[in-house]
Design a protein. Sequence first.
Length: 261
Amino acid sequence: MNILDKIVADKRVEVDLRKSLIPVKQLEQSVLFERNTVSLAKKLIDSKTGIIAEHKRRSPSKSVINQNLNVFDVAKGYEDAGVCGMSVLTDGKYFGGSLDDLLTARASCNLPLLRKEFIIDEYQLLEAKAYGADVILLIAAILTREEIKKFSEFAKGLHLDVLLEVHNEEELHKSIMPSLDMLGVNNRNLKTFDVSLNTSKGLSELIPNDFVKVSESGISNVEAIKELQPYGYKGFLIGENFMKTDDAGESAKQFINKLLL
């Protein structure tokens, strides 16, 4: 069992428990459920930087990244820095996140928020909407084509943007469908955790231009972005780079200023 299989097995148990505790009706009655969402895909298309900055306390590959920064300050800092959107990890067991982090981020900024989660059930899309997300992540490695179709169409019905993440050509081919807004290429090999920008470069020409291209993982300097932009990438998900500093917002601001030089 690799780490992804383990996470998904635990996630099924967790989601079943959550469903038994909070009925769908309760999620649909939440104050944020009626909120007009903001499209991250549209913001990326119009942006010169395309930075999606992440709030992430820890990860299976890096263990602790930063337990000290609170979500409120990070979200405000990212917004002040001029990022396009914010990704919020909501997995507790492996990443130290929660849905409350999403709620806090929503209360502290007007950025499009991505719920970064291992989605295996439509219920999690209703949660995302109820807790203030604008975008959901679907991971091709853990879903069948039918599930990708079902979840992405369900998300569109909730006015949520859909970012679909792939790691290789096989995942990309099974995933392309009209109900996606963004196609994200994760540069991290899930089996070895090695990171290479060549993954994004190699897959770029296979991604139809109808989708906003996003590169994820291993983007730790301005040069990496400048290297990927000629391949048509408009979005760049940056997690650990900002979070491993004492002030994620300030770190993002300096990065963006350097990128715009």
